[in-house]
Ligand binder design. Structure first.
Ligand code: NAD
Length: 542
């Protein structure tokens, strides 16, 4: 800096395109989808700006057509991970000194590349790799990712502007240094935006990164790296390695220069990584920052005063969009008895109207779940519910993995509020419903609070304002993102910063200044203008 106090463009949310029949964006994305689906890509490791082919490869296939191959990716050996670390540390020497407005320029450019020339490509890649409908791809890979990039630049300048008081004889200033060492981003399959944001927001704040994407998201991760390269992220600032997560993590965490983990994924893995950092703590030069956004068992509570159609829509959208594979997806619902018949009717009508299949056919609302492991786990729980006297399946319950990993959206009703599918994160298109007596609202809220280890999202639907107030109070610690008269999914960057507590994560709110603050280490500078020359204070006088 030093030659101006620069204002960055005011961040605005990227408008969501409709992809209605006949729209230009629909034609563009379908054309791109077809071209990508019918060709094969080869995804290298990205180390020091070089594309490294290791020759040890795995194939990539769309979850909705698992025998069709769309490309290969290369697996890292331990030496590649070590190279990624040393390269990042070398790149830090220049990157940490780069003026912030230059870093901002790179990531604002990345946002515009996604909004324009890369939009169809990143959406089509997300449809192919993660089996998202075009709407789900658009709100994630295009819009949310663009929003992360734009808003983070604004939040960065907000942070930099946060300065202490000074006096006429001493000037106090804080500089927000990047962490000393290198950072590690470990990202999940389910959001292309999260995959891109975790490494990008650390790099934006001046850090260098080793990024390990999920095996199930590598196809769209390549588009992210294409964008970063074209936007001008310098060599060595974001290095990408694929492969054995245990070997990669062991190598990263063995380095004394490891200074931060930015993780999104399941709770168990995050706890294991935290433990590993703790075990290595004496080896590190600095206390590593640990940020993790993890699992959820997200709820909908419908009070007797709620509108049945609104409740049904919240359930159907909240539980089944992207096959329930959002960390925020509704997976347990508590419905007042007097409302249930109407809610049930609407839910069953809606579920019956769903079409399921490939995202290329845009009339499909439901596509495939991510991989065979997820499919088998969901099938097991559905079979369990079929056999269990405590549970009744009132919609769905079928599954088929002959071509793709298709699970019918499934609604389980249980008489046991602690039934296994009321407590366990399944991460699929399955919701379990418990019907409570209208006059047991207070007890039910307590039940909601105490049933799961998680506290990510939740929703109350009611017209009665006392009921809303009561739920807001009792459920204060049950959700980091709490919704009144809405579904519990669909957080928008800049509007609803996202994250949960308890077993759902460190609640550092992705898409907010709070998150970016974790990736800086402030240095306080006091400059005194007239420096004392005598140690004696006036009180020492005779
Ligand atoms: P996952 O935990 O299986 O994988 C996440 C990442 O961890 C991947 O990159 C994976 O390769 C890596 N990993 C797996 N085992 C590892 C190990 N032993 N050591 C180091 N890394 C390892 O999660 P997923 O299936 O990709 O994503 C779904 C999960 O993520 C769900 O639990 C969901 O709730 C959660 N999620 C949470 C949020 C949030 O904001 N709270 C957002 C998205 C997803």
């Amino acid at each position: 800096m030093g030659k101006g106090f620069f204002n960055v463009p005011i961040a605005v949310n990227e408008p969501v395109k409709s992809y209605a029949p006949g729209s230009p964006e629909r034609d563009a994305v379908l054309k791109t989808y077809k071209a990508m689906f019918n060709s094969k890509i080869d995804v290298p490791l990205y180390i020091n700006g070089k594309h490294i082919s290791t020759g040890n490869t795995r194939t990539m296939s769309p979850p909705h057509d698992h025998q069709h191959i769309v490309g290969t990716y290369h697996l890292a050996e331990q030496t590649h991970v070590e190279d990624a670390i040393s390269t990042a540390l070398e790149a830090r020497k220049s990157w940490a000194l780069m003026p912030w407005e230059q870093r901002a320029g790179i990531f604002l450019k990345a946002a515009e590349l996604i909004a324009g020339p890369y939009r169809a490509k990143i959406n089509a890649a997300t449809m192919i790799a993660q089996s998202k409908t075009i709407h789900q791809a658009e709100i994630d890979a295009a819009c949310e990712f663009i929003d992360f990039l734009r808003f983070n630049v604004q939040f960065m300048t907000d942070i930099y502007m946060e300065q202490p008081e000074s006096t006429s004889d001493a000037w106090n200033r804080i500089e927000y240094r990047p962490l000393e060492g290198f950072t590690y981003a470990v990202t999940p399959f389910n959001f292309t935006a999260i995959a891109g944001n975790l490494p990008a927001c650390m790099a934006l704040m001046g850090n260098v990164v080793v990024w390990k994407p999920s095996d199930s998201q590598i196809y769209s991760a390549k588009v992210i790296m294409d964008v970063f390269e074209e936007a001008g992220v310098p060599s060595g600032v974001i290095n990408v390695v694929f492969g054995d997560p245990v070997m990669i993590t062991n190598t990263v965490m063995a380095s004394p220069d490891f200074s931060g983990l930015h993780f999104t994924g399941s709770t168990f893995i995050f706890k294991e990584l935290w433990k590993q950092i703790g075990n290595n703590i004496h080896n590190y030069k600095t206390y590593p920052r640990i940020v993790g956004e993890t699992g959820g068992k997200d709820f909908i509570v419908a009070h007797k005063s709620a509108d049945a159609k609104q409740v049904a829509t919240a359930i159907v959208r909240g539980a089944f969009e992207f096959q329930g594979q959002k960390c925020s997806a509704a997976s347990r619902a508590y419905i007042a008895k007097s409302l249930w018949n109407d809610v049930k009717k609407h839910v069953l009508e809606d579920v019956k109207s769903f079409k399921m299949g490939s995202p290329e056919d845009m009339s499909n609302f439901i596509t495939a779940v991510i991989h065979e492991g997820s499919f088998d786990k969901l099938a097991k729980y559905i079979d369990g519910a079929k056999a269990d006297v405590d549970a009744e399946i009132i919609a769905g319950g079928n599954y088929d993995k002959s071509k793709g990993y298709f699970i019918e959206p499934t609604v389980i009703v249980t008489k046991d509020p602690k039934y296994t599918t009321m407590c366990t994160e399944l991460f699929g298109p399955v919701i379990t419903i418990y019907i409570y007596e209208d006059d047991e609202y207070a007890e039910t809220l307590k039940l909601v609070d105490e049933t799961s280890e998680y506290a990510l999202t939740g929703a109350i639907l009611a017209k009665d304002r006392y009921a809303i107030t009561q739920a807001t109070d009792v459920l204060q610690n049950a959700a980091g993102n709490f919704y009144i008269n809405d579904k519990p999914t669909g957080a928008v960057v800049g509007q609803q910063p996202f994250g949960g507590a308890r077993a759902s994560g460190t609640n550092d709110k992705a898409g907010s200044a709070q998150n970016l603050l974790r990736w800086v280490s402030p240095r306080m500078i006091k400059e005194t203008f007239v420096t004392p020359t005598d140690y004696r204070y006036p009180f020492l006088g005779e």
